[in-house]
Structure formats: C-alpha cells, structure tokens
Design a protein around this ligand. Structure first.
Ligand SMILES: [Zn+2]
Length: 297
C-alpha cells in the first residue's frame, strides 16, 4: 500500500473543500490533482509539511480539466512535472484560451482571478492523453486510467491497485456528510454518469479518494447514495422547470432543498461552507438545465 498524503488546498479559506493527493513511489511523487493556481502556494506548503519538494513531483494525473482540479497544472508542467489528461482535455490544456473563456462565462469575469488565478499554456511535450483502461507505470506503481464521463466528458478516474481516485464522478462528501453530485455546466450527462458509476462498481475497490474530500469506504453504499441523489437533484430541477420557474427562482429553491438535505444528514454550518465552495448549488441548476436542453436538441 503506497503512502498517500491528502493535501488540503484551503480553497477560499475553507478547510476540506479541495484536495490534492501526493502518492509516494520509488521515483519520487505522483500528484493526483493540483487544484486551481489560486491555491498553488497552499499546495506547495502542504507538500513541504510532509517532506515533499516540488522537484520530487515527477507526474501529475488530472481527473478532468475543471479549474478546481487542473488550474495549476501549467505551473507544474513548467517545473518539470509530466502531466496526463483525458484526450478531450488535452488541447484545452495546451491552449487554455477557450477553456478560460468558457469558465469566465460560467463564473463571471470578475471572479476568475479570485477563484482560480491565472492559467497559462502547457507545452505539448509536457502533457499526454490517456486512452481508456490504459496503464502507466511510475516508480514501481501501475496506474489504470478509466474514462468516466458524466460529470464532464473529459473525466478520468485513476486506479492504483484497490484504490480509485474518483475526481468528481464519485461525488462530493465532506467530513462525514452525505455524498452529493456536483452538476456544473457545460456537459453533465446523467446517462453516462450512471454508466461510470457501474464502471467504478466493477473495479471492486476498497477506497475511493474524492477530490472533495478525501478517502471513503468504497464497499459502503457510497455509490448507490450518489446515484439516488443524482436522480433526486435532476428530478427536482425538472419539476421546477415544468412549473415555469425562472433560473433564479430554481437556484434559490434548489439551494434550500440541497442544504436541508445536508443538514438533515448531520452537516453543520461550518461544513456547509466547504460543501458550498466545492459544489455551489446554483452551478448544478445551470448544469442540469443544460442537460435537459441537450436531451431536447
Ligand atoms: Zn469538475
């Protein structure tokens, strides 16, 4: 069993909202996720606290190219780390112009710097795409890349033996709260997500490492809870849409619905802040509406 360090990126000052994972191997360290550039100093500090220098990180495995997972990848690439990503994410990491513009449309120009920090290009020699079920070996550890769309078309879950780093496809579960699905635009696909849950199930893992946030027991009812909430979230927005609510009304109602569910499952005010930072309910309304539009197109 390799040594895995969970590094808290303290995104927006919230503990346990976004993690990066440092996995020790014979050649140094493989990093799974790096978070946004806005928290890169926190990542470097967290690594140093467990005795890891940035120069030890030979490989960075990205679950997908959303900024909260991959925003700092360019910095690591510039400092000698080889990056791996889903084929659909590759060109957007080499030239992030469109990715940045799309995020700015979703989050607002004024929020980009505060949330994510800057984004630069990655040289094409420093990043490579992985096909589904491909195997990569670094420092004696063999990783398997599982294409797992649903949350994003460009999503990979990274398996290392009986551990799977699930990115966002395994949901968000913070400090013992319930598991909830993050459903931001632009390419939520409920059908694919259900298939990806089946893929995760088929791996018979012992532990899932969630980027939001940390390890969970993979043999628990985690995946069925996630699947149930996917259905209930999508159907809530579907009903509200049928009743003619505006997106603004839906966002207010949906936030109340989600947070009542969190609270009834023991989530305290303190931890709700981390859930909001990791998975803002308004984003999910927008993402689910996009999914309906896609279905009707
Ligand atoms: Zn994401």
């Amino acid at each position: 069993m390799p040594t895995i360090h969970t590094i808290d990126l303290k995104f927006l000052g919230e503990p346990a909202a976004i993690a990066a994972f440092a996995v020790e191997d014979e050649a140094g360290v493989t990093l799974v996720e790096c978070g946004p550039f806005a928290t890169n100093d926190n990542l470097i500090r967290g690594l140093k606290e467990v005795g890891i220098n940035p120069g030890d990180v030979h490989t960075l495995l990205l679950s997908h190219i959303h900024f909260d997972h991959a925003g700092a990848a360019w910095w690591w690439a510039q400092h000698g780390t080889q990056v791996y990503v889903h084929p659909k994410g590759l060109k957007h990491m080499i030239d992030p112009t469109r990715l940045y513009a799309s995020a700015a449309r979703i989050y607002g120009d004024d929020n980009m710097e505060r949330l994510w920090g800057k984004m630069e290009k990655i040289d094409e020699y420093d990043i490579a795409a992985v096909t589904d079920r491909s195997r990569l070996t670094f420092g004696g550890n063999t990783w398997v890349a599982h294409h797992t769309p649903g949350h994003a078309s460009h999503h990979v879950a990274w398996q290392l033996g009986n551990i799977v780093f699930t990115g966002d496809v395994g949901g968000v579960k913070i400090k013992g709260g319930p598991v909830v699905p993050p459903l931001p635009p632009p390419d939520i696909n409920l059908t694919q997500w259900k298939d990806s849950i089946q893929r995760l199930r088929s791996l018979r893992a012992e532990k899932f490492y969630l980027t939001h946030y940390g390890p969970v027991d993979a043999q628990s009812d985690h995946l069925s809870q996630l699947s149930d909430r996917l259905d209930s979230y999508v159907s809530w927005v579907g009903q509200a849409r049928k009743s003619g609510q505006s997106e603004e009304e839906m966002t207010a109602g949906f936030t109340e619905f989600v947070e009542a569910d969190l609270r009834s499952n023991g989530v305290t005010d303190e931890v709700i802040g981390a859930y909001r930072a990791a998975n803002p309910p308004g984003m999910s309304v927008a993402g689910i509406l996009r999914w309906f539009t896609y279905l009707e197109a």
